[in-house]
Design a protein around this ligand. Structure first.
Ligand SMILES: Cc1cc2nc3c(=O)[nH]c(=O)nc-3n(C[C@H](O)[C@H](O)[C@H](O)COP(=O)(O)OP(=O)(O)OC[C@H]3O[C@@H](n4cnc5c(N)ncnc54)[C@H](O)[C@@H]3O)c2cc1C
Ligand code: HEM
Length: 415
């Protein structure tokens, strides 16, 4: 019999650029345990070698996070989580989405560009070789290189989408903003209200988003930090509230927060990046629960301001915990904004003082319905406790959003 009726299939299956090749998948599965066990060691080796070859990157990375090791853990956890996701995508198909979204927003706030990915890739792969030694055969190196580039492509694409939708050019990310008002908001908390110094427009943003602020420190280094926007959009300015971080147990005082407190005054200018951040207020109509502690109040203040202006009849519960009334930033403003809502409860706990509830937040005292969406911001142990309490009371996990004021996520997936 002759005469083929259809073209022969291609000798190799069409390449899918979102999944590992079969050969690499086997190698990654076999080596994932050893990479996972050494991941923090690998990223610990990676950063110094990358900074030695590219000292200009020192000014882009938060050196406080480098000293504390948080960024090392966040990067290691993200790569390991992604490798696991590639091997078993069916386990929880959306599981890596939240991690990728968080990283992409953080990168966009700092202007990370596609052409920087080969630098990170090269030094990360070299660090894998240094730490794992002879275990890294050419096949192992190729397989993990494939993991890196699948992740890099995913992040580059997500970041390109964010740059495009925000009209942002990462090559000219930083704009100069002028401080039009500086105000003490509580013990060790100061607000800065900013307008563009270049005469350009104030960018639109979503309540809950942050900006990166870069300062030139006396040692000659430039350092960026993120600060949540603490008012709703369309006010013609941006406002941040900065808590002074004091060094404890011999650690140095926080570099940028102290610089802002001590050296930045009305009419000074600051370099500010575009608004970014994925933990934003759901624009729906369901009940909203805002739970903050300490300086974690800033994104909540933005959400509350926006709700009061655009949805004053939406059900809102505002919960805040602080050391004392003196430490409670934006206290009077939150009270006043809440008064503009028709269906609101406000619950406050102070560790000391008699003017509100005493001690730590009692989750059982929070009015809650199962259609509530909760937003959490504060120290990680605080958020873990509140989240556990809300889950115990029956709130679904996907209804609990949170912002960590540092690298990583609550469940250890990136730190
Ligand atoms: C999304 C997001 C939103 C945020 N929003 C806000 C906000 O609205 N308001 C706000 O105040 N903050 C906010 N932050 C936190 C802010 O970005 C900074 O982390 C904070 O201001 C501290 O920065 P710093 O430069 O003062 O401290 P860093 O210099 O970064 O120091 C941080 C900690 O590391 C310790 N440390 C530094 N160097 C060393 C060393 N060599 N050895 C040992 N320990 C060391 C310091 O003692 C300090 O405890 C936010 C963070 C994120 C990620
Ligand atoms: C696949 C490659 C990459 C991965 C997996 C990755 C992962 C991460 C993670 C997990 C974080 C912390 C996010 C958080 O705040 O929770 C982060 C932050 C950051 N990344 Fe990346 N990243 C990659 C590529 C890059 C590149 C190419 C650059 C540019 C040189 C870069 C620069 C930064 C900077 C400056 C931060 C903020 C660090 C800090 O504030 O301490 N990253 N990245």
């Amino acid at each position: 019999m002759t005469g083929p009726t259809r073209p022969a299939p291609p000798s190799t299956p069409q390449e899918d650029h979102t999944v590992l090749s079969t050969a690499s998948a086997e190698v990654v599965r076999a080596t994932l345990p050893v990479v996972r066990d050494h991941a923090v060691q690998i990223t610990g080796e990676f950063y110094p070698s990358m900074f030695a070859a590219h000292p200009e990157l020192l000014d882009l990375f938060n050196q406080g996070n480098q000293a504390g090791g948080q960024q090392r853990v966040a990067l290691a956890s993200a790569v390991v989580a992604f490798a696991g996701h590639l091997l078993d995508p069916g386990d929880d198909p959306g599981s890596f989405d939240a991690i990728a979204e968080r990283i992409a927003h953080k990168h966009v706030s700092l202007g990370i560009r596609a052409e920087q990915y080969p630098i990170v890739g090269r030094h990360l792969m070299a660090a894998v070789g240094t730490v794992l030694g002879d275990a890294v055969t050419p096949e192992v190196a190729a397989a993990w290189d494939e993991v890196y580039w699948l992740l890099a492509c995913r992040l580059i694409a997500a970041e390109a989408r964010l740059y495009q939708s925000g009209g942002i050019d990462p090559a000219v990310l930083w704009r100069r903003w002028r401080v039009v008002k500086r105000q003490d908001e509580a013990v060790d908390a100061v607000s800065f209200t900013l307008v563009p110094d270049d005469g350009g427009a104030v960018p639109d943003f979503l309540p809950g988003q942050y900006v990166s602020v870069a300062v030139d420190l006396p040692d000659g280094h430039r350092q960026p930090r993120q600060y949540s926007l603490s008012q709703g959009p369309v006010r013609g300015s941006l406002r941040i509230v900065v808590r002074r971080v004091r060094g404890v147990d011999g650690a140095p005082d926080g570099a940028v927060s102290n610089h802002l407190h001590d050296h930045v005054h009305t009419d000074d200018t600051l370099l500010v990046g575009p608004p970014a951040g994925e933990n934003t207020l759901d624009p729906g109509t369901g009940p909203v629960l805002l739970v903050s502690a300490g300086i974690g109040i800033t994104p909540m203040a933005s959400m509350l301001d926006h709700l009061a202006r655009t949805q004053p009849t939406r059900r809102v519960v505002v919960v805040h915990a602080d050391r004392s009334a003196d430490h409670h930033a934006l206290r009077a403003e939150i009270r006043q904004t809440s008064a503009g809502l028709t269906d609101v409860d406000r619950l406050t706990w102070y560790e000391t003082g008699d003017d509100e509830r005493r001690g730590f937040v009692d989750v059982d005292a929070i009015p809650l319905t199962e259609d509530t969406t909760a937003y959490l911001c504060g120290p990680v142990p605080f958020m873990r406790d509140v989240r556990a309490g809300l889950l115990r009371r029956g709130l679904a996990g996907d209804r609990i959003r949170y912002e960590v004021f540092g690298p990583g996520m609550l469940d250890g997936r990136t730190g």
